[in-house]
Write a protein that binds this ligand. Sequence first.
Ligand code: ADP
Ligand code: GLC
Length: 494
Amino acid sequence: MPSSSSHKSPRVLFVTPEVFPLCKTGGLGDVSAALPGALRELKTDVRLLVPGYPSVLSGIKHKRKLAECNLLPYFPPATLFSSRLQVNESVSVPLYVIHCPELYQRPGGIYLDEDGKDWPDNAQRFGLLSKMGALLASDASPLAWVPDIVHCNDWQSGLTPAYLHFHSGKKAASLMALHNLAFQGKFPSDQVAKLGLPAESFSVEGVEYYGNLSFLKAGIYYADHISTVSPGYAREIQHEPLGFGLQGLLAKRSDDITGIINGIDTAVWNPATDPYIVKKYSSRTFLSAKKVNKLVLQREMGLEENGTIPLFAGISRLSYQKGYDILLQAASALTNFPAQLVLLGKGDPSLEEQLILLAQTDPARIAVRIDYDEALSHRITAGADCFLMPSRFEPCGLNQMYSQHYGTPPVVHATGGLMDTVVDLTPETLARKSASGFHFHEMTTSAFMEAIGRAVNAYCDAGLWKKLQRSGMQKDFSWQASASAYQSIYSLLM
Ligand code: ADP
Ligand code: GLC
């Protein structure tokens, strides 16, 4: 196993259940491609470990078999393959893929079956990912390349730090990155033994969480360091309600928690080069170009083609977190303004149904697409005037950064990463040229509507709106700063 003296810069294994464009359900997929890409540009030897879902196996080229692994009697035999993930024109990241057909080769989603229910064997599916992460990060690894740090992401890799803790040989230090505490990977206690964890780990001082096994608690408890995807969220999770029951443990580990804001992948999200939009633009040419993109979007979505009416938009997983229940209530009032609304989302069936009904009330002004559509999400970000993000909580959030980068000022609930990345329009922030959107504080329809009203008023003042657009577009949301902050944690852990 390499020590810090054998090579200067740390080797990092990045264990993740999703990575764009091979498999993605939300922002974690984006981050898992862009952050390792940025780290490699900074000369950190980071490599990815992902499960071999069908889209991963069909999406990778030149895969090479590395090892056959029988990790535990509970896991079917698995084969480890290597390949590379091209994250932009000049950078690719080495990729390890776990091929285990019994656990990963099936139709449906990454976490959910075709009826939207959790796969019943998720403990096994992500237990295998966690266990493989721990194996590759220890002196028992079948590979010559052994990391100094294992960078785990969310509950799906939460058992990796626990397995490493109980491994008696040499092992990597662990970082547990928290992207969303609402998902914790809780399973019945009989999984503890099946997953090969010692009985003593099933305690308050360990993996136990109110009588169940919690993958996420395991990660938080045993990791050497913890990160969250914004400084605001790092503070929020140490209290109720956003600690989701883990606030006590997180507060105890307060000194080991670092909040680092995500960046955006400007190779994928760049209005000057975006292949999905009709008229490309920059912070100098955005005014006329955005209008072209807006008219094209209005036509595509069946809205009245009108260059002057403010066009609001939202793109989201449809879940309680994202506050679309509040958005639904606000939407009926929104059309009291001269305004249009376009929404793209998929998820909670009851929200999907309500959104479809909403669009039927005023099809010339409200358009809804129930789908997961990467290309359309780019066209909406470029064509809309203003982006809505009423999330109840938001660990970081990417769409508010994409929209600012595309000259589409956002209206956001003042929480977590939204608070950290959007500057509310006030006379002071306007004078400082930092204003880039609108905050609302109370999670109520009326507070949200008040912020939307402020946005409509600002939109009617063309000079003011242009200032907001420009300051959002000129902000640096690139990954460089965040990637170096992760490098500092890695150095600390070495
Ligand atoms: P979360 O990870 O909580 O869903 P983020 O804002 O971090 O939230 O990231 C969401 C990512 O998923 C963004 O890249 C967003 O564009 C994308 N996304 C969400 N829903 C859809 C959809 N229905 N169609 C296309 N992209 C979507
Ligand atoms: C989670 C969070 C989101 C964050 C993303 C990537 O899915 O909900 O706020 O941007 O992870 O870190």
